[in-house]
Every structure is written in C-alpha cells, then in structure tokens.
Design a protein around this ligand. Sequence first.
Ligand SMILES: Nc1ncnc2c1ncn2[C@@H]1O[C@H](COP(=O)(O)OP(=O)(O)OP(=O)(O)O)[C@@H](O)[C@H]1O
Ligand SMILES: [Mg+2]
Length: 313
Amino acid sequence: MQNDIVVEDVRKSYGKVQALKGVSLQAEAGKILGLLGPNGAGKTTLIRILTTLLKPDSGRATIAGIDVAKHPMRIRSLIGLAGQYPAVDEMLTGRENLVMVGQLYHFSRKASKERAQELLEQFSLTDAADRTVKTYSGGMRRRLDLAASIVARPAVLFLDEPTTGLDPRTRNDLWEFIRQLVDDGTTLLLTTQQLEEADNLADWITVIDHGEVIAAGTSETLKSQLGQDVLELQISNRSYIPQVQTLLESIGRETPHVDTATGRFSVVVPHGTQSLLEAVRVLDQQSIAIADIALRRPTLDEVFLSITSASEN
Ligand SMILES: Nc1ncnc2c1ncn2[C@@H]1O[C@H](COP(=O)(O)OP(=O)(O)OP(=O)(O)O)[C@@H](O)[C@H]1O
Ligand SMILES: [Mg+2]
C-alpha cells in the first residue's frame, strides 16, 4: 500500500475528444506497471494526471494514499517523471543538466555535484559528461533524461515511452538501467507501445485503447489470453504457393496470410516451436524449399484485433 498508485474511474476530455473514458488501474509498490497502448490511447494523458500536470474531469487518483488532484505539492515531492520527449537542455553538458536538477530540488552545490557524478557513472555517461547534450545520440539523451528524473531519488517514477525511437541494442541497455532502478524499491509506471517492452519489464500490464482499459494481467496471462505465436515462412519457388497455403491451413489456427509477390506467409499457430517444426517437416516431405522461417510474438495490432474480436463475441 505504501507508494502504490491507485486510479479509479478517471475521465478526461480535451474539448470534444474523450481521451480517458473511465480508467481504473493499480500499481503495486516496488513493482513495474506497464501501461500498453497504441498512439492516442490516452497514456500520456494519464501520466500527466498522475504527475499533477493536468486535472482529471472526474474520478480519483492517489499515490501512496495521497490524492493527486488535492495535494499536488505533496505528490511532486514523491515522484519523478521522464516525459515522452527528453526534456534535457541541449546547450548544457550532461553533468550541468544533472547539477541543475539537483539545485532545483534545493540540494547544496556539493550534494548536487556528487549526485550528478553518481548518476553519470550509473548510466554510463562519464565519457560524455562534459560535452553539450546537442552532441549526444538519442540513446544518450534518453539515459540522461532518465538520470535527471531520479536525481531526488523519487519513491514513485513515471516513464512515458522511455525507449521509443531507440535501436534494439540501446533499448536493451536502457531496460537494464530501468530494472536496476526498481531493484531498490522504486514503484514504476511505464507507458509503451511495444508488447515486447511490457513483456520484458512489467510485473503487471494494463492495456488501454481509445481511453479505456481493454485488458489487464501479467504478461503470461495476457499472452495466453491474447493469442498465440505467429509463424512466418518464405518459400523460394512461388509456384508452390497454393500447395503451401493448404499445408499451413492444417497447421495454423486460421487462414494463412500470403504475399503472392514474395511468397511470404504468416499464420497464427497454436503450439509455437512444435508448429514450426511441423511446418518444416511437411514442406520437406513435399520437397518445397524454405527460404526463411521464424516464429514471432503477435504484434500489438494482432493482439488488439484478438482482444476486440473476443469482446465482440
Ligand atoms: N492538448 C490536447 N488537446 C486536444 N487533444 C489532445 C491533447 N492531448 C491529447 N489529445 C488527444 O487525446 C487522446 C489521447 O492522447 P494521449 O497523448 O494521451 O495518447 P498516447 O497514448 O500518449 O499516444 P502516443 O502513443 O501517441 O503518445 C488523443 O486522441 C489525442 O489526440
Ligand atoms: Mg503519449
């Protein structure tokens, strides 16, 4: 209950646009809640409400039992925020940015410098510490922004799409930093558009779309609820397309999609690796050469399609 986040039936409209249509969710203290949703789902709006930058039209949100709309100053002393777009100052160095944030929190000059050095080390930014931020890569800016959000050691941290636009390797590094942060007991609410990110980091995932919660659970429960793996397969000789179509139909859970120009198939399969092996075997039996084959997780789109079609039934 300490440092947990509770959101109850929160609504927010911008003029005619209903950005949040009654959202309820909870983040347990010391855990990572992943708020997963596509563009325009309402993720940033909810973060802005929880970080006191925006007032909800109705409903209630509390952090550590404190109402965010009624006691914004108390909330601000508890939380840290790294927004969707890095807010660091381009003209200052990495170190100067961090020292400045420390001073905004009324740390002494000495304490601000010490904290800055500590964070530069923690986020592997010591080499670039005394260069202006405008020379930083996207990944370095994100790391610096993350470091800036925890200068005052907040008990509750909000990260709005912390890895959007980063290459897979930089993203993986950032995930490591984020995991380290919560190891010392920070409560984290993180928004993302990537199923994989929520999957990797979050203890609990809430999926929102069009301002509404459409699913919630652990990544395991959601995945089994949301759909199976997708088999992708490409054949070298396109004249086999009709034959492969029939074979995949018997292995998959639905009609395979095929791109006739490239000979590339994709189909949702029920048994993961086992289904992949079965596909390899039956194609081999018919002497059909496979140019490429892989299993992948459903994309967010496929997941949403599966949730929305499930709720229509
Ligand atoms: N200041 C604003 N004025 C008017 N409409 C807004 C404003 N901010 C957001 N919206 C609208 O509210 C809805 C939710 O937007 P929000 O930014 O919360 O989504 P999001 O999930 O963060 O999306 P993204 O993944 O693109 O960042 C969208 O339809 C958006 O166009
Ligand atoms: Mg957003």
